[in-house]
Design a protein around this ligand. Structure first.
Ligand code: TYM
Length: 353
């Protein structure tokens, strides 16, 4: 008997260009799983983006460009089902149904919600005047619907999304407990999920933090961004000796730590170890570290930029596969929604029958 293929689902908000956190935290794994022949669903979370988005004019353009970047990174709409969240409107119906088993206190304790709320309160992130919405509070419920609607086994995401996946597991369990086994509970996020720090040394690289290195950055921009990273002129004190070659020494200044993390992701092991040796010996090397890293980054970006600009990777191509893939995911999704309606006692939808 053939084993059932594992179902993979993940999404990214169309908030602009993809950065290295998105790539190494998520997209790289998306491509690996696709190439392993798993049943993959990858989508652009445009509904989710509405919780923070203020620029209407660029929204659709950004969505298309993100999809072109997906393709440039190796995601293949012939192998993975790549779609737009809003093209699967029954996700909104499932969100509503799942809301009936979701505790408000649980949502209010969500770290992303609390974080957004504090930023909103002290008016630092440009979203001022955008009141805390029902949509923002319900963000994890919508995310649970995305995951549960395709019966996902695995949700490859960066470490920052761990709590959201846990909430989805919790919501599915509550639903099953109350209405009978209906929803598949996904696995928790892998323990080694990445959280790439920002170029400013902040704990997370992120668009709203303005500390990203982007996949579409050209060599000039890459060098400018990396040269601008703060590195103290005095070597940081060394109080910890580590025999683990791939470990960044904890005492390192945070932004220097980011440079090492990036070097570790991109450069061959011997180059990384060589720079680690320079750090341990407290040599003067920051300039060389930055130019070396900038070269690796630009080399990494080059083929992605090329494929992004490939004339065949155009809007028409994207719209065509979006249409086709929305048709592929819809039956699976409707099956889940119908099962939930049935379990809750509403009965099947008559207009779909
Ligand atoms: P988003 O758009 O913020 O990020 C997309 C993916 O990139 C990962 N990521 C990072 N990984 C490591 N280090 C970083 N600095 C970093 N920054 C971003 C994120 O973990 C994510 O995997 N809520 C989601 C989108 C979403 C979703 C879903 C994901 C909506 N529904 C269902 C999975 C399943 C989000 O805002 O990701």
């Amino acid at each position: 008997m053939s084993e059932k293929r594992e179902i993979i689902l993940s999404g990214i908000r169309p908030t602009g260009r993809l950065h290295y956190g998105n790539y190494f935290g998520a997209i790289k794994t998306f491509v690996d799983l696709q190439e392993q022949g798993k049943s993959c669903y990858y989508f652009i979370a445009d509904y989710h983006a509405l919780t923070t988005l203020t620029e209407r004019e660029d929204f659709f353009r950004q969505t298309l460009d993100m999809l072109r970047t997906y393709v440039a990174c190796g995601l293949d709409p012939a192998k993975s089902v790549i779609y737009r969240q809003s093209d699967l409107p029954c996700t909104a119906e499932l969100t509503l149904l799942l809301g009936m088993v979701t505790n408000i206190g649980h949502l209010e304790r969500g770290t992303t919600y609390k974080d957004k709320m504090s930023k909103l309160t002290d008016r630092r992130d440009g979203t001022e005047g955008n009141p805390l919405s029902y949509g923002l509070l319900g963000y994890p419920v919508l995310m649970a619907a995305d995951i549960l609607i395709v019966k996902a086994d695995i949700v490859p995401v960066g470490d920052d999304q761990r709590q959201h996946v846990e909430m989805a597991m919790d919501i599915a369990q509550k639903f099953n407990h109350r209405f009978g086994e209906t929803l598949k509970v996904p696995a928790p996020v892998a323990r080694n999920a990445l959280r790439l720090p920002g170029l400013d040394g902040a704990a997370k690289m992120g668009k709203s933090e303005h500390n990203t290195l982007d996949l579409l950055d050209d060599p000039k921009t890459v060098l400018k961004k990396i040269k601008g990273v703060q590195t103290s002129t005095d070597p940081a004190p060394l109080s910890v000796e580590s025999n683990e070659p791939d470990m960044v020494i904890p005492e390192m200044a945070p932004s220097l730590g980011t440079l090492y993390r990036l070097l570790h992701l991109l450069a061959p092991e011997d180059v990384y170890l060589d720079f680690m040796g320079k750090y341990r010996r407290q040599e003067k090397f920051y300039g060389l570290l930055k130019t070396t890293l900038a070269e690796y980054v630009s080399k990494f970006n080059e083929p992605i930029i090329e494929r992004y600009n490939d004339p065949a990777n155009n809007d028409e191509f994207v719209m065509d596969f979006l249409r086709e893939n929305a048709r592929k995911v819809t039956p699976v999704a409707l099956e889940t929604v119908e099962a939930c309606r049935q379990a809750m006692g509403i009965g099947h939808s008559l207009h779909r029958a």
